[in-house]
Design a protein around this ligand. Structure first.
Ligand code: PEP
Ligand code: MG
Length: 856
């Protein structure tokens, strides 16, 4: 029996084509699998005879026009069994299930009984009847599941069940079987659910399906026989290692039945490896896999059968690699000069880099999911439940990893968040406090976990299924996919290695958008240097006031009864801030540092519970009732739209004066003769030109005073955060007064939609599920609405001041699609949290490469 051929060029008709070296087959007409099989044929690999049906043919089949299957069958050995596999243009778009063993009938069973023994032949036949019944005739699967596979009359019962359910005997004619298989697969592709599924993966509405009909190499026989898959890498790590599965039929009597021995290629305690069983076939297989890697320019998983010691290659698919593996594979292919470095850069999903930077739950581990929410910061961590920042700190002091669980977090939780290994909140969205801080710190974080009920009084959480988890119990937060798991599943460590650096080095060669980091502390800045950020794009100075010792001084400043008292408190804060800035300048050694003046409403720094109020009263030597009254009087209904940002700078100008002085003094102290520091100062939440004029006047005055006092000169740049819709619309009015604009798309999204960044998590999944929003707009920039404001802002600002520097520093600055959009608007840089810097570098490079390819 001729199992494969390579030379005959033979076309049944224009659309049903024998796969030969020269046949006209393309992914756009016959699908990726058909094309790949042709490539394998061109490599002279032992591929069983295969016929490809084009998209047009399959479409016609779905409309009832079945090709002449009798003629189709004449291409194959009359005794062969056939399989039909889907061949969509992009394998990711999926397709109907492969159907095996077409042609099996009473006669074939009798013939195979002689070759394989009746048990194996009947088992094969019974499985075929069942698969045909369920996948092709669409009969009730239960009628077949009930049949005991070990019963001696299992085949007869399956045939009877078919006849009962279908009200006709099981079709014996192979041509009829094949016609029905083709019809059912073609129709399955047209079903609504299949269409929605592939469209979600980016398939166009009219995506076609091809089918390949292939002669089966059964993997049966008296000599070594079996089937399996093999690849030359470990798909989890991407390291060079032969891995795969092989099911040998030689020893099993009914080897097709589940439970037959699976023999792994690598040393397996359960039996001899394929290498030991069939060394020649194994060596050939490795050679074929290496040839496929070289010529198909990808690490390939080879699907094969061995029949009486002879090897057949049934198919090849790109190895389904983990994120970490994908990076190593791409880099090694480029190092081996199989692909170019640029191709390697384009082959890695930017998000995949995140998984190299953080430990992850092992994909092979069992997951006991107890809650879900928004995946706000990637990575996974296991620890004991803590419900307050203080408890988290206490556990950390005892070296017990802990998970901080809060309804939502506030600035006073920051130290507890630092102490925790992961953060989980009931409320919040992609740019709520917990999410922003969690990402900044690189802590795994899930927010908006609505289906976990938190009871702070009882110190417990209740899962949807009623299970209760108490303080101190162990849970795992998986911030990569937004899940909370019971217990401690197996983890994979972070895998930052040479491949990662090599890939980013290649990416930087094409990148034309600068990437900075949002860093508030020296630790963040150190991380930013590790990830090669081009400077600090946003230093949120308020985060510096939560260190022990500083908060009390801050509170004294807020409570100051007179301007003198306030100045005295600020005088204490000045050296602290100066030291902070000096350290940041030193760490960033010459790279730009953009410092945002104080932004949040002051009462965020005041306690909200009794114990905190008492502590504060003691520190300030005031009665608790006074402190409580003052705290209450400062409360606002809508603090995010209240006295914060530049409004605070206008009404309590001493705070910005102190910060400007700290920045300038630090500038002089950190500057070296050959390397002067040029700080950037950014004013938050601006909505009117006059705000900028007022702040600029005071900042200029402080600069002049510092120059005079120190007898030294320096320069600085002043900019505005554009995060209100009005600032976008009036950017042309504001631009002449500043050196740069940085779009704060967290607040801008909040204000454009009128959607609270802290509360949106409550209903975001409903909105996305019902397609009101394509995606959470705090996660991926809304190009239609918020993006339009960005476009208007940039156009008007550049019209008024062409040399103005424009950037983004909202959380979208770390989102690959948003980065590409910002680049297309002509921004100069994007700034994002430290652990997203590598993602941003790769995403920006890919956007640049896509443009270059398009225009070349
Ligand atoms: C923003 O609003 O986009 C921003 C960067 O500032 P913050 O998140 O601190 O409000
Ligand atoms: Mg903001």
């Amino acid at each position: 029996m001729q199992k494969y051929l390579t030379e005959v060029s033979f076309t049944l008709d224009r659309h049903v084509t024998l796969v030969t070296q020269t046949a006209p087959i393309a992914p756009e007409t016959h699908g990726g699998r058909a094309k790949c099989l042709q490539r394998l044929v061109r490599l002279n690999l032992p591929v069983p005879r295969t016929v490809a049906l084009s998209f047009d043919t399959v479409k016609a089949i779905s409309l009832g026009r079945i090709p002449d299957t009798g003629q189709l069958l004449s291409v194959f050995d009359p005794d062969a069994l056939l399989c039909v596999r889907p061949s969509s243009q992009d394998p990711d778009w999926g397709g109907p299930t492969t159907i095996l063993n077409i042609g099996m009938n009473d006669a074939a069973c009798a013939r195979l009984s002689a070759e394989l023994g009746p048990e194996a032949a009947e088992a094969l036949y019974r499985r075929w009847v069942q698969s045909y019944a369920v996948h092709v005739a669409r009969l009730d699967p239960d009628a077949f599941e009930e049949i005991d596979a070990d019963a001696p009359d299992a085949l007869a019962r399956a045939l009877r069940a078919y006849e009962d359910e279908a009200e006709e005997p099981f079709p014996q004619d192979p041509a009829t079987q094949l016609a029905e298989v083709l019809r059912s697969m073609a129709r399955a592709w047209e079903s609504v659910s299949a269409r929605l599924l592939r469209e979600a993966k980016g398939a166009p509405v009219d995506a076609g399906l091809g089918l390949v009909v292939q002669e089966m190499a059964l993997g049966f026989g008296p000599g070594e026989s079996g089937s399996g898959v093999l690849q030359l890498v470990d798909p989890d790590t991407g390291l060079k290692q032969v891995t795969g599965r092989y099911l040998s039929q030689s020893q099993g009597r009914d080897a097709l039945r589940a439970g037959a021995r699976a023999l792994y290629l690598e040393a397996d305690p359960r039996g001899p490896s394929l290498e030991e069983r069939a060394p020649e076939a194994f060596a050939q297989l490795k050679e074929h896999a290496a040839l496929m890697r070289q010529r198909l320019r990808a690490e390939m998983q080879v699907e094969f059968t061995i029949e009486n010691g002879t090897l057949f290659i049934l198919d090849g698919v790109v190895v389904p690699a983990s994120d970490a593996a994908a990076i190593r594979i791409a880099v090694r292919l480029a190092e081996d000069e199989i692909i170019t470095p640029r191709e390697a850069v384009m082959r890695v999903q930017p998000r995949a880099l995140s998984s190299l930077l953080h430990p992850q739950v092992d994909p092979r581990a069992d997951r006991d999911v107890i809650g879900t929410g928004i995946a706000a910061s990637p990575g996974a961590a296991t620890g004991r439940i803590a419900f307050t920042a203080a408890d988290a700190q206490a556990m950390a002091a005892r070296e017990e990893p802990c998970i901080l669980i809060r309804r939502e977090t506030a600035p006073e939780d920051v130290r507890g968040m630092h102490a925790a290994v992961a953060i989980l909140t009931e409320k919040g969205g992609m740019s709520s406090h917990a999410a922003v801080i969690g990402r900044g710190m690189g802590r795994p974080c899930v927010v908006g976990a609505r289906n976990l009920r938190i009871n702070l009084k009882r110190r417990q959480i209740t899962a949807d299924d009623g299970r209760i988890f108490r303080e101190g119990e162990i849970v795992t937060v998986d911030g990569t996919n937004g899940e909370v798991l019971a217990g401690a599943p197996a983890m994979l460590g972070a895998m930052l290695d040479d491949a990662f650096r090599t890939l980013l080095g290649w990416a930087d060669e094409d990148r034309d958008l600068r990437i900075r980091v949002n860093a508030d502390t020296p630790e963040d800045a150190e991380k930013a240097r590790l990830f090669d950020a081009g400077g600090i794009g946003l230093c949120r100075t308020e985060h510096m006031f939560f260190e022990p010792g500083r908060l009390t001084v801050m509170q004294e400043m807020i409570f100051a009864a007179t301007p003198e008292d306030r100045r005295a408190a600020l005088a204490q804060l000045l050296p602290i801030q100066r030291a902070d800035f000096k350290e940041l300048f030193a760490i960033m050694s010459g790279k730009p540092v953009c410092i945002r003046l104080f932004d949040p409403p002051l009462h965020e720094f005041l306690p909200s519970d009794r114990a905190g109020l008492r502590d504060l009263a003691e520190a300030l030597n005031l009665p608790v009732s006074d402190v409580t009254r003052r705290v209450e009087s400062m409360g606002e209904y809508n603090p995010m739209l209240g006295l914060r940002g530049v409004r605070l700078g206008i009404t309590v100008p001493e705070i910005y004066d102190m910060q400007a002085r700290a920045i300038f003094e630090a500038t002089l102290e950190a500057s070296r003769k050959d390397e002067p520091v040029v700080p950037e100062i950014m004013i938050p939440l601006v909505s009117a030109r006059r705000e900028v004029e007022l702040v600029r006047k005071r900042v200029d005055a402080v600069a002049a005073a510092v120059r005079t006092e120190r007898g030294r000169d320096f320069t600085y740049r002043l900019g505005v955060m554009v995060e209100t819709p009005r600032a976008c619309l009036l950017a042309g009015d504001i631009a002449p007064h500043v050196d740069f604009l940085s779009f704060g798309t967290n607040d801008l999204t909040q204000m454009t939609y009128g959607l609270s960044r802290d509360d949106a998590g409550r209903f975001m999944s409903d909105y996305v599920q019902q397609q009101v929003f394509d995606e959470d707009p705090f996660h991926r920039l809304d190009t239609a609405g918020v993006g339009e404001l960005l476009r208007i802002g940039i156009e008007r600002a550049r019209a008024a001041k062409p040399e103005i520097i424009v950037s983004i520093c909202g959380e979208h600055g770390g989102n690959p699609e948003s980065i590409s959009f910002c680049r297309s608007l002509g921004m100069n840089y994007a700034s994002c949290s430290p652990f997203r810097v590598p993602v941003a570098r790769l995403a920006a490079a890919q956007a640049a490469i896509r443009d270059k390819i398009e225009y070349s």
